[in-house]
Design a binder for this molecule. Sequence first.
Ligand SMILES: *[C@@H]1O[C@H](CO)[C@@H](O)[C@H](O)[C@H]1NC(C)=O
Length: 248
Amino acid sequence: MSLFYSFALIALPFLSGCDGYFHHTQRECHFTSGDLKDLEFIDRYVFNKDEYIRYNSTLKKFIGFTEHGVRNAERWNQDGFSDQAYGNLDGYCRPNSELELQNILGHSVEPLVKVKSVKSGSQRHSTMLVCSAYNFYPEGIKLTWLRDGKEVKTDVTSTEELYDGDWYYQIHSYLELTPTSGETIACKVEHSSFSEPKVFKWDPSTLDGERNKVIIGASGLVLGLILSLAGVIYYKKKSTGRILVPTS
Ligand SMILES: *[C@@H]1O[C@H](CO)[C@@H](O)[C@H](O)[C@H]1NC(C)=O
């Protein structure tokens, strides 16, 4: 796990004519483990997307990337600004990173799990089931298919853990099978938000439910057609008797 966060600290737009100029500094705290062993403080000085000076707490000094940047970095290092900047490692990064670890990274969110059938693409099997886990955090989940309690390994495919872009993840596991009556098929989910694995059963009646909807819809359509046909016939019969025939 690699973590990184940054804050834009100062933004000073200098306006001249129609074009804008943009200066900003960005403070970053980098760490890859919960014990903050490799914590690093980075302070970037950027003018119009061009980084010209960077403080790096691992190097314990400022480094310049342009002629003007190199000159100023040297001066800042000599003037003792680098010691001051190093103070941010423990003064700024450590307390903030500890808070982030506790309040965000220490949390976990349970997945919302759905097991349903989808159209099967294969000729060998009649049914394809999908077990979907949505909105879980953090990354790291295991989905296992169970047929009458026994793990199924063949005809299983899965997506990666997909990042939603809002800290949450989703994953979908597919099982192709020809169900036999009476057996139970379930999806076992293991995630750090659960104290023990949770099992979600597939309810085959949802498949029948879909079929029933089609049957009800079709019956409604047929009934409607019969009634409207009857209505048209009735109207025609009635109206023929009503046509007025003018007399001389
Ligand atoms: C800071 O310096 C260390 C040591 O050279 C280097 O490994 C690291 O990548 C640097 N970090 C940045 C963000 O430049």
